[in-house]
Ligand binder design. Structure first.
Ligand code: DGJ
Length: 722
């Protein structure tokens, strides 16, 4: 076996590779045959010397019926492993096997908190090299990983599996929580026990990629993932296109979790010397439930990932729900004044402001022509920016630059810039088509949409970047005979544009939107300060949606607007639901009476006063809408000096037994003053204990009686340490 002589490492070289956060160890060992194996993944080991006891597995098995066990970190196809491979390549001679052996590893400290480890592997028969990257964030207990594949064969090879990462678990049972959805119905959580064989979560939608399945999961070892107890893996992939998670239970009852780009219709041709870099898989292992895991991911995202993760966020008034496409300058100017009256920072102009030959009067025309419609908005965008300035608010604008309506000048001029079938009938989603972002000329054009608006209007304060269509007609005129690269090159083209926008406008806040929440991954969120969770703004539905997204995203990145959806609920309830996220309004003040308006103004003032704890505090989910008729959550500031408790009664039963809610995250030794805020005019708090003082210890052990049996009622309670 040639590779054995090539890579046979002596004992010293076979020192286990330890990837550690403050709480977790992922330890990889090198077996005598040179294969890199996962030896341990769990709570951080206390004694370095114990690493010597870690096993490596004999992949050969023990003859007929032998229990061959392979926990190879990055298994190639067609050799000794009979399950889903991490990498599969068709070589120049047609051979489809790849066997990777360890070559070297290096670990470097990026700073006091972050360590990067790179492991290099190679095939001894074919000139294939793979680098596995692991970045460990100590304090946040997060590991980020990706792979790089490279070859030096004469002609291009075809790679048809290219996982970002593979993890193994040995447990008596495994439970998966997945997040599925559709328009206005995002992020529905459901759990199931995994059985022998495969369970796959994936998308093939291309651009509006997360419309049916969101790119994250929770895995409970020995039980359904719980909020405050149990071992839970939480993982998410940073890829704004087709992704795939494979959960495979093998012959030994071990679970393999494979994460990466969905290889569907994407056998990729890789040239010699070119590096294929996979997206990042970001994960954390919690030993006390998913609440802790969520807080760790939130802290990581604020510190290392979101655009302006630690910065402020702008409150706003949006016009989509209030006007749809039906507006003119006077109407918008009226709304800008309403924004000022409400006390929010900005007015956000939504869809319907552009195109002249085929004006955007509805969703059937205009996408692609990004000049203001002259007969609707004679002063163009500059006039609106000026009008907002005069009203005393900032001005933000909606775009959907990756798309085109066939009724547009762009389509007439550049039909070859559009993904569509050359020889079949075209299929439309929302009357539009996706631009061919694999084409650098199209990338320039899309970048130009933002750049031109900014050049014309340097005071533009915000963009909402929408994406309403999946890729519907899988043919890229640019890629010609390489159609199998469409899905991947398209997403890379999108990133190229995002990158250029961020580079040119590093301080420009932007909302990621995809017909609601169909784009919600941590690669895109490098370039966006927040994302739109759903067009469904019914506050009852939003409680579920916010509960779901908060599993992976900090509430400051989740845009939540007060609208007229479910007018059966009070404006207080609707506002209080949006208060726990990034607050905005999408409602005309004309739809409110004076009392309602004064309530909203009070809520905005409170939001501004408490922004630091709302935007940057640790988030605790206390009472789940999935398990009860209520929802309760809280934010606690880093110093624990301030906390906010959000309480919602959804649909309680008559005479339902109400239990006190035990708070979390407070300083047990300190005293907190309890004060209900966001009270409607003339009402007083009915919470027992309002205005009183309690120790953190008491509040966390005994709790507060804050629930009621009323339908759709809410209370926001401020806790101040004394
Ligand atoms: C879908 C978005 O989710 C909405 O908020 C709105 O911007 C519309 N698109 C506009 O077409």
């Amino acid at each position: 076996m040639a590779f054995l002589t090539l890579v046979a490492a002596d004992a010293a070289e076979r020192t286990p590779v330890r990837i550690s956060t403050d709480e977790t160890d992922l330890i990889l060992t090198i077996a005598p045959d040179g294969r890199l194996q996962q030896a341990y993944f769990g709570k951080r080991l206390a004694n370095e010397a114990d690493l010597a006891h870690l096993p490596y597995y004999n992949v050969q098995g023990s003859g007929a019926g032998g229990n061959a066990k392979s926990w190879e970190v990055y298994p190639g196809s067609g050799a000794q492993d009979y399950f889903e491979p991490a990498v599969a390549i068709t070589h120049n001679d047609g051979n489809m096997t790849t066997v990777l052996a360890f070559v070297s590893s290096e670990t470097k400290k990026i700073d006091g908190n972050v360590t990067e480890t790179v492991l290099r592997l190679k095939d001894s028969v074919y000139p294939i090299e793979v680098a596995l990257h692991y970045v460990a964030y100590g304090k946040e207990n997060i590991i980020k990983t990706w792979s790089e594949i490279l070859h030096r064969e004469k002609k291009p090879v075809t790679i048809w599996r290219y996982a970002s990462n593979m993890l193994y678990f040995e447990s008596a049972s495994y439970f998966l929580t997945e997040f599925s959805g559709d328009w206005a119905n995002e992020v529905k959580m459901s759990s199931q026990e995994l059985q022998f064989g495969k369970k796959i979560i994936e998308t093939k939608l291309g651009s509006r990629a997360a419309m049916h399945a969101h790119p994250f999961f929770e895995l409970g070892l020995d039980g359904i993932p719980e909020e405050d107890e149990g071992e839970v893996l939480m993982g998410t992939i940073g890829w704004t296109g087709n992704f795939q998670f494979t959960f495979e239970i093998d012959n030994n009852g071990d679970l393999r979790v494979l994460s990466g780009i969905n290889p569907y219709a994407s056998a990729y041709e890789l040239k010699a010397g070119e590096v294929f870099r996979t997206p990042e898989f970001i994960f954390t292992l919690s030993y006390c439930g998913k609440g802790k895991a969520s807080r760790d991911i939130h802290a990581w995202a604020r510190e290392y990932r979101l655009k302006d993760g630690k910065g402020d966020r702008l409150t706003l008034l949006n016009n989509w729900e209030a006007t749809g496409f039906n507006f003119d300058e006077a109407k918008l100017e009226g709304l800008m004044k309403e924004a000022k009256t409400l006390g929010v920072d900005m007015f956000l102009l939504d869809d319907g402001w552009f195109a002249n030959k085929y004006p955007r009067a509805n969703d059937r025309a205009g996408l692609g022509d990004w000049d203001a419609t002259r007969n609707k908005l004679p002063g163009g965008v500059p006039h609106l920016v000026q009008a907002a300035k005069e009203a005393g608010v900032k001005f933000g604008i909606w775009i959907e630059p990756e798309m085109v309506n066939p009724k547009s000048e762009l389509f007439e001029q550049h039909p070859d810039w559009v993904i569509r079938q050359p020889n079949r009938e075209t299929y439309y989603f929302r009357n539009q088509l996706v631009l061919d972002l694999a084409n650098p000329k199209v990338q320039n054009y899309v970048f130009g949409v933002v750049d031109n608006l900014m050049k014309e209007n340097p005071d533009l304060a915000y963009f909402k970047w929408d994406c309403n269509s999946p890729i519907t007609n899988i043919y890229s005129p640019y890629l010609k005979e390489k159609q199998n690269q469409l899905y991947i090159d398209h997403v890379r083209g999108v990133y190229n544009v995002f990158e250029r926008v961020r580079e040119r406008y590093p301080d420009l806040p932007m909302m990621l939107c995809s017909g609601g929440g169909a784009r919600c991954d941590y690669e895109a969120l490098k370039y966006f300060t927040e994302f739109w969770c759903s067009d469904n703004t019914d506050p009852v539905e939003r409680l579920y949606i916010q509960w779901g997204f908060s599993q992976f995203f900090p509430t400051k990145s989740m845009a939540a607007h007060v609208t007229s959806w479910n007018k059966n609920t009070s404006i207080k309830f609707r506002t209080d639901v949006a208060m726990m996220c990034k607050l905005g309004f999408d409602i005309s003040l004309k739809d409110m009476n004076e009392k309602e308006l004064s309530y909203c103004k009070l809520a905005v003032a409170n939001y501004n006063r408490l922004k630091d704890v709302i935007l940057n505090g640790d988030f605790y989910r206390l009472v789940s809408p999935y398990e009860t008729n209520h929802t309760v959550a809280m934010h606690v500031s880093g110093s624990k000096e301030k906390a906010l408790l959000y309480v919602y009664d959804i649909n309680p039963r008559y005479n339902e037994k109400l239990l006190p809610v035990k708070l979390q995250g407070l300083d047990a030794s300190k005293t907190y003053k309890i004060e209900e805020i966001n009270l409607t005019e003339g009402s007083r708090s009915r919470i027992g204990g309002n205005g009183k003082r309690f120790t953190g210890d008491y509040l966390m052990k005994m709790g507060l009686n804050v629930l009621t049996t009323n339908q759709t009622q809410s209370r926001i309670i401020e806790l101040t340490q004394e």
